[in-house]
Write a protein that binds this ligand. Structure first.
Ligand SMILES: *[C@@H]1O[C@H](CO)[C@@H](O)[C@H](O)[C@H]1NC(C)=O
Ligand SMILES: *[C@@H]1O[C@H](CO)[C@@H](O)[C@H](O)[C@H]1NC(C)=O
Ligand SMILES: *[C@@H]1O[C@H](CO)[C@@H](O)[C@H](O)[C@H]1NC(C)=O
Length: 206
């Protein structure tokens, strides 16, 4: 009985002396984590203030409706040029765009799908690229035929142009930032001469 109590007592002692270093370790680790978080916060703040990272922007710069043939049978044939601008306002980082894809549609009917290979935009600059769309004759249903008739009467036709691109650019100390650009535009043209009625449409959220 005596031996057993003594053993138990010893065991408790051993247990108690082992607890201390462990708690000290925990405290040191917590302190280090706190310091790391504070330093990261300061680095992010300085990085932001110095670099002033800006999200690259996609926008429709211009467009032209070449020919638009519309037969009484309801077949629509369009030819269009769309000029997209990819803008990188970052002064210290070049931006890369990938997974770029757009859809041109009329009243929900897809006319063309456009894709671009990955491309880079240098620091503080922008590039333009032209999309040439030539659609085959697309048969329209009666509701869309009615919409085309209305558009021809109003002398203005509207197409929808939507798409995404994944941008990536490098920010000092923050590593590389990735961001999806979304473009959701309405392209309006004078039906008489195919001139684009310009409206500011870009992936900028504000
Ligand atoms: C758009 O393109 C048309 C013809 O291609 C041109 O006349 C017009 O000036 C351009 N508009 C802008 C804003 O660049
Ligand atoms: C960025 O471009 C603008 C005009 O496009 C120019 O005025 C400015 O000096 C350029 N900044 C740098 C740092 O190159
Ligand atoms: C195209 O036609 C519209 C009116 O139909 C006119 O306002 C516009 O100036 C014309 N554009 C050109 C480049 O002729």
């Amino acid at each position: 009985m005596n031996r057993l109590r003594k053993f138990f007592h010893n065991d408790e002692l051993v247990y108690a002396t082992r607890t201390h270093p462990f708690i000290w370790c925990l405290a040191i680790i917590c302190t280090l984590i706190c310091i790391a978080v504070i330093i990261t916060g300061i680095a992010v703040f300085i990085g932001y203030a110095v670099i002033h990272p800006r999200i690259p922007i996609l926008s429709v710069a211009n467009a032209t409706l070449g020919t638009m043939r519309y037969s009484q049978a309801g077949l629509l044939e369009t030819q269009m040029t769309i000029i997209i601008r990819a803008e990188n306002d970052n002064r210290k980082a070049h931006a890369s765009f990938s997974d770029t894809a757009f859809i041109l549609s009329f009243q929900g009917l897809v006319i063309a799908k456009l894709v671009a290979d990955p491309f880079d935009v240098k620091k503080n600059s922008s590039i333009y690229f032209n999309y040439e769309v030539t659609s085959d004759e697309i048969p329209l249903d009666s509701a869309r035929m009615h919409q085309v008739d209305l558009s021809l009467k109003k002398k203005v036709i509207t197409f929808d142009f939507k798409g995404n691109s994944r941008t990536q650019w490098r920010v000092w100390l923050l590593g590389s930032v990735k961001f999806w650009c979304h473009l959701d535009c309405q392209l309006r043209f004078h039906t008489s001469n195919g001139t684009y009625i310009s409206s500011s449409c870009s992936s900028k959220s504000n």
